[in-house]
Design a protein around this ligand. Structure first.
Ligand code: FE2
Length: 303
């Protein structure tokens, strides 16, 4: 029960053509295109929206300078009853509006738009996994690996937003107390990782403290495996996009990652093999930030 997944992410952008090309190159499926908006979908049917000009009317104000940022994240509840409860909880002290599609809209403590709806159907049929070999556990015989081909993100698995350090407890409490998010790892100097009850990813949402500003940090796209992370990142670089961080594996969440700067604001992450957790997990409280360096790819060849 409760929130099942990210349903939509809505960006406002200056350059619609460039941003539409970016998300096309990332492997999302184009759904709609107009002079001032574009819509893309993941394989499980979540939507990513780009809006410019008059199409941004009605969105909450940007939380950071400029237009290229996330203006709203829409969360999908399991049932109409759940949805009604969330709308009531959010509406206790702020305006909530309902649009013609039945999606409710409000803002969180930082000013990021929060949308609420009933989660759409996934319709995704998982393909077989690439077999792996190690001595004692051999599952691939007489078969060489080949390119994964065009990388298509399965889903938006998490969103990370930067929030000002002052007021961070209230910012987290909005999602925990009103929308039922579950804190999984609390990294005191850095931020709070949360998941939603309908998803087992170690996190679906991260509120990352920054000294004094709010901004978009990244949206993460799950791909099937490590090879997809490598090939997907390579494909973006070949198309002219800029890598933001060297390939690695996170110590919180354990996902392998590549990051690419997004013209729509912040970065996007290609992610695979994140920890899956249930209600027995956490919340783990980390007094200091867990080390980043364990799986950061080092090389002595750059010098
Ligand atoms: Fe991430």
């Amino acid at each position: 029960m409760g929130i099942q997944r990210i349903e939509s992410v809505i960006y406002s952008v200056d350059d619609l053509d460039t941003c539409a090309r970016f998300f096309t190159d990332l492997g999302l499926a184009p759904r709609e295109r107009g002079p001032e908006h574009a819509v893309f979908a993941t394989l499980i049917g979540q939507t990513l929206h780009l809006r410019t000009g008059a199409a941004t009317e009605g969105l909450p104000p940007s939380v950071e300078p400029g237009n290229n940022t996330i203006r709203e994240v829409v969360w999908g509840a399991e049932t109409e009853e759940d949805l009604a409860g969330f709308v009531a909880a959010v509406g206790a002290d702020r305006e909530v509006t309902r649009d013609d599609d039945g999606v409710f809209h409000s803002v969180d403590e930082t000013g990021f738009g929060v949308g609420l709806t009933v989660a759409g159907p996934s319709g995704y049929e998982p393909a077989g996994q690439r077999a792996a070999n190690t001595t004692g556990h051999v599952s691939r015989w007489n078969e060489a690996l080949h390119s994964v081909g065009e990388v298509r993100p399965l889903r938006m698995c998490h969103v990370a937003l930067n929030i000002p350090k002052a007021g961070r407890e209230e910012a987290v409490a909005f999602y925990v107390d009103r929308l039922g998010f579950i804190p999984t790892d609390i990294v005191k100097p850095m931020g709070v990782f949360m998941r939603v009850p309908g998803d087992a990813d170690q996190h679906n949402f991260l509120l990352c403290h920054r000294p004094d500003k709010a901004s978009v940090n990244h949206v993460s796209f799950e791909v099937p495996g490590f090879d997809d992370v490598i090939e997907g990142g390579n494909a973006m670089i070949e198309k002219g996009w800029q890598e933001a961080r060297r390939l690695g594996r996170h110590t919180v969440g354990s996902n392998v990652f590549r990051f690419v700067h997004s013209p729509a604001g912040g970065r996007v992450e290609l992610a695979a093999d994140m920890d899956r957790v249930d209600d027995t997990y956490g919340p783990n409280v980390h007094e200091t930030a867990p080390p980043h360096h364990i799986w950061t790819l080092r090389t002595s060849r750059d010098a």
